[in-house]
Write a new protein. Structure first.
Length: 418
């Protein structure tokens, strides 16, 4: 079904061809709260562990509830395969570890979520993986940082809190010349942007945010586009072209297409190597919770974006606001990227700068009454936070709350989500 229907509202409910539980005919996806699975016989078990056939082995690696979620997220993004993990932060980590090892580097956008900056700058550097930062305002900055150890490019579609849309095709085209895949974090722009259509090789999400939509479960996902040739330059992508001693010297870039008939070695390696060894599995209960949110993500993103546009118009006119930060409010060519890559909405997040600096920003946040002051985005509530001191809808109620809080403030930074 996901191959025949491209409507995101349909994909979110029917993607992956799940119709009912084969054992009970239950329409809702069951929570398979099990650690392990009965093997048919010793040959069946041996084949599963040797990857001669695919099936359930252990819930640290795969689970039937998670499988439904994975197929739907892959379909939503237009990819071939998906691996769910315990959080968005795990998705970011696995996406890098799946291509890079000690001595390698990736070139990342400077416009990143603060948690990703910490992961890249501190934790991954301790593992011997160098992160080189390129300003995405000029895509050619990525090419300038390439050497023979560069394994991937990394960017965020709609980075928080900069809200400057990433030049997906421009950077992807540069990468393809060198057999370097582009990994895109699409957390803040599901449905309204499909990075794979613009050349991204891998798309990750913090499912906790807009796809989940309710703020009750933490989860992440890694989508393999199936559009990248991991064997074109073996020296560029050694992890997919050199024998893996942990799996009987299998060569992932060659073996996976032969075994599955699909070009998804990135997803398979992430599952059977990284999930197996590091164990950052998504609990099936959380997968179930994310499925509930996924079913309405297309409708919610439409409303989030409509709310944001309304709020942007209000904020641009307010005397206490010196700058509105939004995807379409940047100078060219940044603003033009919103028109190129965002379809059906210009994004759900807004930032502002206030006259009175950091202190005014703090007072503004503390004066809000309806908005929640939390470190999250994308759930059912309107959320606000002050990045300068932390991480760096109902339209009339939203405007009223913003108005009264602005009037109590006197150039600080705000991140608000409609």
């Amino acid at each position: 079904m996901n191959k025949k229907r491209n409507n995101p509202e349909t994909i979110a409910i029917h993607g992956g061809d799940y119709r009912s539980d084969p054992a009970t005919n239950a329409v809702a996806v069951p929570i398979y709260r099990t650690t392990s699975y009965q093997f048919n016989n010793t040959e069946h078990a041996a084949n599963l562990f040797a990857l001669k056939e695919f099936g359930n082995i252990y819930t640290r690696i795969m689970n039937p509830t998670n499988d439904v979620l994975e197929k739907r997220v892959a379909a939503l993004e237009g990819g071939l395969s998906c691996v769910t993990v315990s959080s968005g932060q795990t998705a970011s980590t696995f996406a890098v570890l799946n291509v890079a090892q000690a001595g390698d580097n990736i070139v990342s956008s400077t416009d990143l979520y603060g948690g990703t900056v910490s992961l890249f700058t501190h934790t991954l550097s301790k593992l011997g993986i160098e992160i080189r930062y390129a300003d995405p305002s000029n895509p050619e900055n990525f090419e300038k940082l390439i050497d023979d150890k560069t394994r991937a490019f990394y960017g965020e579609t709609l980075p928080n809190p900069y809200l400057r849309v990433f030049p997906i095709k421009e950077v992807s085209d540069i990468g393809r010349k060198y057999n370097i895949p582009l990994i895109m974090d699409n957390t803040a722009a599901p449905v309204i942007c499909r990075p794979i259509e613009h050349g991204a090789a891998v798309v990750i999400h913090s499912l906790t945010k807009y796809i989940g939509g309710h703020g009750t479960a933490v989860a992440g996902s890694i989508v393999d586009s199936g559009n990248f040739d991991w064997t074109a330059d073996p020296k560029r992508q050694p992890l997919f072209n050199e024998p893996d001693a942990s799996y009987n010297n299998v060569i992932w870039g060659k073996a996976v297409p032969e075994l599955t008939g699909a070009n998804v070695p990135f997803a398979v390696r992430a599952r059977v190597c990284l999930l197996r060894d590091l164990g950052s599995a998504l609990a099936p209960d959380n997968a179930f919770a994310i499925i509930q949110g996924l079913e309405t993500v297309a409708l919610r993103m439409r409303q989030h974006c409509a709310n944001a546009e309304y709020v942007v118009d209000f904020l641009k006119k307010h005397k206490e606001v010196t700058k509105v930060i939004y995807s379409t409010e940047h100078d060219k060519p940044i603003a033009d990227r919103a028109k190129k890559y965002l379809k059906g909405g210009n994004g759900p997040m807004i930032g502002i700068e206030l006259k009175g600096g950091i202190e005014a920003g703090k007072k503004f946040i503390e004066s809000l009454k309806m908005f929640y002051h939390v470190a999250n985005i994308g759930d059912a509530r309107s959320l606000a936070i002050h990045p300068a001191s932390t991480t760096h809808s109902q339209l009339n109620d939203i405007i009223e709350d913003l108005d009264q809080a602005l009037n109590k403030s006197s150039k600080g930074n705000l991140k608000a989500v409609s």
